[in-house]
Design a protein around this ligand. Sequence first.
Ligand code: HEM
Length: 446
Amino acid sequence: MTTLARPLPPTSKPILGPRAYPLLGSLPQMRKDALAFFRSIPANYGGVARLMLGPQNFVLVTDPIAVKHCLIDNNKNYPKNYESTAQVFGEGLLSSNGDFWLRQRRIMQPAFHQREIANFASVMVEHAQRMVAGWPANTPLFVLKEMMQVTQTVILQVMFSTNIGTRTAEMGMAFDEIVAHFNRNMFTPIQLPWAKKRFDRAIQQIDEFLYGLIAERRQNLANAPQDLLTTLLTAIDPDTGQGMSDKQLRDEMLTLYFAGHETTATTLAWTLYFLAQNPAVEAKVREEITMVVGNRSPTIEDWQKLGYTRRVIDETLRMRSPAWMFTRIAKEDDMVNGYAIRKGQTMMFSPYVTHHLPEFWPEPDRFDPDRFLPGADVARPKAAYMPFSAGTRMCIGNIFALVESSLMLVTMLQAGKLIPVGNLSPKPHSGVILRPPSDMQMRFLR
Ligand code: HEM
């Protein structure tokens, strides 16, 4: 255990945690099966536990009462400290803090209200329809790749009213390089020189692309389409009367692109997997689609009526939270569930682990959408379910993601049936995003 300079308050309980090896901490246990290891921590050491990963010391907070304290009740004491994220996204919403973050969030929030998402719903459905129309019958498809492509096209369309044509592949590779960079540096800051070179090149490509689009749009604002770029470019901060600079726009656009497609793509891929594993659930979803939508294109009004389909997405997000882990830093000393937390301590939260605590989620590995029946949540503490985090820093795109996942799922099921090929229990890959393996395949029967 680390030695603390100041004595703990006499009432504080000791924070326990798994064995930590010199220099490596618990990385050896984690490397075997990170998710199983993380899930074992609350059972063995409690809902506020100590964890060493390499030289980094974390307090893993999984108990919902403690989560609520940090992310909601006392959230001002737990800002983000996302240095490596900020290297890429600058002062975009994901990595900024304090007054700057609050101003940007206020400017951007209206663009993510449900009535605005309604304008995007037809884009989501149209691209999902094009995707399924292009699927060859009865041929194995790489599900994650398909979902990534379609969600990528949607977010680009919604942001820039364009799919980026010939530059799609180049940009896709540049973005993949950034995701690989985050995965490599998740628990260690070491950067190998050749990896850094590839990363710098990717950033340069992305910057050229984004600054190019911003400049074009500024020059031709009178004829600009009503997309997110125009909304943000014309948004005015009510306090200062000023709009966003090119750099702010670049940071926010890049943030939205990154946060806004892979998360939804993995949700969809996992949903297809769970439906294939649970035929009775799939039958109920199909029944609901027949009753609410029939054969026409689904709309945002349908989304409100598709209660069961929405519960299926909720349950997928419980079992396979794409953002399975994130951190905060304690600004001042604090007490959390009777444990003393020191100023400067890095706190770790894991929706994935909290969503598998058996005291709140009986038989946590069973896929059961009825856990989300209206009223069922009164038996659970507020932060027992937090796929989009909680409190002021909650995901700005949650409604966008829920609408997109449901409407795309409906569109795929209307067109046919997806049947898994090969490995029937794919192991989640726990990088920055909790993905299914990229070789997970399904056949499409029209
Ligand atoms: C199923 C899909 C999604 C999941 C599970 C998800 C989850 C999350 C989580 C857990 C956070 C908090 C991260 C942290 O504190 O480090 C977050 C933040 C954020 N998400 Fe999402 N997200 C999803 C989709 C989206 C979409 C579609 C967009 C945009 C179109 C988006 C944009 C953002 C942004 C900008 C933030 C930072 C918000 C802030 O701090 O003010 N997300 N998301």
